[in-house]
Design a protein around this ligand. Structure first.
Ligand code: 13P
Ligand code: 13P
Ligand code: MG
Ligand code: MG
Length: 367
């Protein structure tokens, strides 16, 4: 059976700053999808990571389906009314357009979708990150899909050793989708040259070269490209199919033990280590650190199992301790150098105003 998994995610308000959505807000979104998605969907799951609510839906209508996208949009609209009534912070934050126009892409919410013929066993992973950017997945994806130091399957599986195709988007280009396809292992240096720049080049999808099947879908929204100003970080979501022709679950999770430094953290303007956290985790230290959660599922005829929390294991407690130390270490240098993002990426307007004022006061010394 051919099914589509669509995840649509938005920040529509949270308690106590940018920490987490309220229970009433989550219930409202859930009840809306449950009631109005009866005919349309095979199944759905609602979760949150930090202040972002994700609606994961299974159906048979293909990617970019208007009715599916509208259902999520309307659920977030219904949630926004509740968020406003409760006085939640940033109510409706990611709903950047007034009326729905066919597809939530370019309207604020993040989208990741996979369409495939179900295998007899169909495990997949759903990642959601908060206080960071879509390029946060670049390094983990690179290591899982190209590096046998992290992914044993590249050596041990005859299908995986045929390599993968990456589609990478230049998210600085705003007049359309500017993408490039690169084949691994032949083009790993070209791929690395792009992926080193998480702000600009983002892995959008990965395909198996053995079967042509899509393994990965990442959301590539750039909120400030839509709104023309900072409205929150583009907290990214990702779907990854696993096992058989794809990496094993553990090979996809392994690179998250690094706690690599990503853009985001306080006011979307800093650098911090990406911490793998449990499902439905909140945000704390310096509006961070940047976090990523992972729900593992199996699906059959579009019906989802309950999620398994992939980062809820004693091993990750140790990793989280290490990453907390890394977060404190970089915070010790405050605004200085790489601890704060470069001027071109600074998400808040205040510093731009300061720089404009100072520019007028600069003087060039006569020789
Ligand atoms: P199975 O042999 O149980 O499928 O496990 C293989 C595997 O992926 C272990 O990492
Ligand atoms: P969000 O993008 O998660 O709403 O965070 C905004 C922010 O500025 C946190 O400091
Ligand atoms: Mg927020
Ligand atoms: Mg968020």
């Amino acid at each position: 059976m051919k099914i589509t998994i669509s995840v649509i995610k938005a920040d529509i308000g949270s308690i106590g700053g940018h920490i987490k959505p309220s229970n009433l807000l989550l219930e409202t979104v859930k009840n809306y999808v449950s009631e109005y998605g009866k005919e349309l969907l095979k199944d759905f799951y609602i979760g949150f990571t930090g202040d972002d609510i994700a609606i994961l839906m299974t159906h048979t209508h293909g990617k970019g389906n208007e009715a599916v996208h509208k259902l999520a949009w309307d659920a977030f609209k219904a949630g926004t009314i509740v968020a406003k009534n409760q006085g939640l912070y940033g109510a409706g934050q990611d709903l950047l357009k007034d009326s729905f126009s066919g597809n939530v892409k370019g309207m604020g919410p993040a989208v990741a979708e996979l369409e495939f013929e179900e295998r007899p066993n169909e495990p997949f992973l759903f990642f959601a990150a908060d206080k960071t950017e879509p390029g946060a997945y670049n390094l983990p994806l690179y290591l899982t899909f190209t590096d046998p130091m992290y992914c044993a399957g590249l050596l041990l599986s005859s299908e995986m050793s045929k390599g993968f195709k990456f589609t990478v988007m230049d998210v600085s280009y705003t007049r359309g989708d500017k993408v490039i396809d690169l084949k691994t292992p032949e083009e790993i240096y070209e791929l690395a040259s792009l992926l080193r720049d998480n702000e600009r080049f983002v892995v959008e999808s990965v395909y198996s070269r053995a079967t042509g099947d899509q393994a990965v879908a990442v959301s590539t929204t750039r909120l400030h490209n839509i709104a023309g100003k900072y409205t929150g970080k583009d907290d990214p979501i990702m779907l990854v199919r696993v096992q058989k022709q794809f990496p094993a679950t553990g090979e996809v999770l392994a690179p998250y033990s690094i706690g690599h430094l990503v853009g985001g953290f306080m006011r979307g303007s800093h650098t911090g280590p990406l911490m793998p956290v449990k499902l439905n985790s909140t945000i704390s230290y310096f509006d961070g650190p940047p976090v990523v959660s992972c729900a593992a599922f199996c699906v059959q005829n579009g019906k989802l199992t309950e999620p398994v929390d992939a980062f809820d294991h004693p091993f990750w407690e140790y990793v989280r301790d290490q990453i907390s130390k890394k977060a404190i270490e970089i915070r010790r240098q405050g605004f200085s150098g790489p601890a704060m993002l470069p001027y071109s990426e600074l998400e808040y307007g205040g510093i731009v105003e300061i720089m404009n004022r100072l520019e007028k006061k600069f003087r060039v010394r006569k020789k």
